[in-house]
Design a protein around this ligand. Structure first.
Ligand code: ARG
Length: 360
């Protein structure tokens, strides 16, 4: 642990997406399985992705794809270490095992995307109450770390354990017709959210309602983190919303990267910031993307205000960074992308060196 973290008394401490990164959790693809097929899993997917998920429900992801993604994660770990970042990893688990609660059973998904589960706000690390039954025990992978952080002085909370009973899901849900307002697959039965539906800018936190995050979930976070923070709910034009971090990405004070179509109106809080649109993705058409759109290209991770992890083959994103005074740090990650995320999703920044302040 660095001296500054020790002095501050908590090994968990991050207020935004860009302060100098000191410690990070990087996920694992080992043991990844397609989850059982149900309406809440289907909702954020495209029709083609739904067909694959239905057909392969309960099966492991292809072993060669897991191996290729594992290799890229290992390269990411090396790069982070070379930048002086302490890297923590979960132990792999077999996600083919079944588990359940009153009224339902499921098998698992993966521990590839700690960002989806763990929300770090200041010295507080929060376990999200995820809406997918397949992710009900997602936090188990990180419990050894969470206990360690807690013992060393972090605040650790978990949202009320959801029941994930049928009342949470809109049974006869269908996609909203084009141009109509967002129609979520989840109800307000109980609070649920994924951590990745939140993005941090110091005292201002931006959240989106999605197919996994409801208003009660956002309200629960707002209450928990209290008056030091303002939680803004943003309206994005994502036709399959799940996770804000391929739509609205604050990179550094004064610099926000947006998806070219999903942000019809940049939230007014950013009025003094420079807004740039993410360049079109260069991922080839035949490349498998089981769970996301190609806009996963904008799911970058800042090492500090002037260093950004970018996919090794993504020239346009590298050029955007350079033209914005940011040095791109390259890492091959396309095989990992297939699993549903890029650098931001694959990580949880546990500690960044900085203070709580306003940037907007
Ligand atoms: N829903 C986004 C898209 O398809 C991907 C977001 C992934 N983020 C994550 N934290 N897993 O473009």
């Amino acid at each position: 642990m660095s001296e500054s973290a020790q002095a501050a008394g908590s090994p968990v401490r991050a207020y935004n997406e860009w302060d100098p990164l000191e410690e990070v959790i990087v996920g694992t693809v080992d043991g990844a399985h397609f989850p059982p097929y149900d309406v809440v899993t289907a909702a954020p997917l495209s029709p083609q992705q739904r067909a694959v998920f239905r057909e392969r429900a309960g099966q492991p992801f292809p072993a060669d794809e897991v191996a290729a993604a594992r290799d890229e994660l290992d390269q990411l770990v090396e790069i982070l270490k070379n930048h002086g970042v302490r890297v923590r990893r979960p132990d792999p688990r077999d996600h083919g095992r079944s588990f359940g609660a009153p009224g339902w059973t499921s098998t698992g998904l993966y521990d590839a995307m700690p960002r989806d589960l763990l929300l770090v706000i200041g010295e507080h690390i929060i376990e999200a109450p995820m809406a997918w039954r397949s992710r009900y025990f997602a936090s188990s992978a990180y419990r050894p770390l969470l206990k360690e952080y807690f013992r060393a002085g972090a605040r650790w909370s978990a949202a009320p354990r959801p029941e994930l009973s049928d009342e949470l899901y809109v049974e006869d849900w269908t996609d909203q017709p084009e141009g109509e307002p967002f129609r979520s697959v989840i109800t307000e039965f109980e609070p649920t959210f994924d951590a990745a539906d939140f993005i941090r800018c110091g005292r201002d936190i931006f959240a989106q309602r999605s197919h996994v995050t409801n208003m009660m979930g956002i309200e629960w976070v707002r209450q928990l983190i209290g008056a030091d923070y303002q939680v803004h709910v943003v309206e994005l034009a994502d036709d399959h919303p799940m996770h804000i971090d391929a739509s609205l990405m604050p990179l550094a004070p004064g610099k926000v990267l947006i998806h070219p179509d999903r942000v019809p109106e940049v939230p007014s809080q950013f009025k003094d910031w420079e807004v740039r649109r993410a360049p079109s993705p260069v991922i080839p058409d035949g490349h498998p993307l089981y769970m996301t759109s190609k806009w996963i290209n904008m799911n970058v991770l800042m090492l500090d205000e002037t260093h950004m992890l970018v996919e090794a083959e993504d020239r346009p994103m590298q050029e955007l960074a350079e033209s914005w005074g940011i040095t791109p740090v390259l890492c091959p990650f396309r095989n990992f992308n297939s699993f549903g995320g890029s650098f931001h999703c694959a990580t949880t920044d546990v500690r960044r060196r900085g203070e709580l302040r306003s940037y907007l």
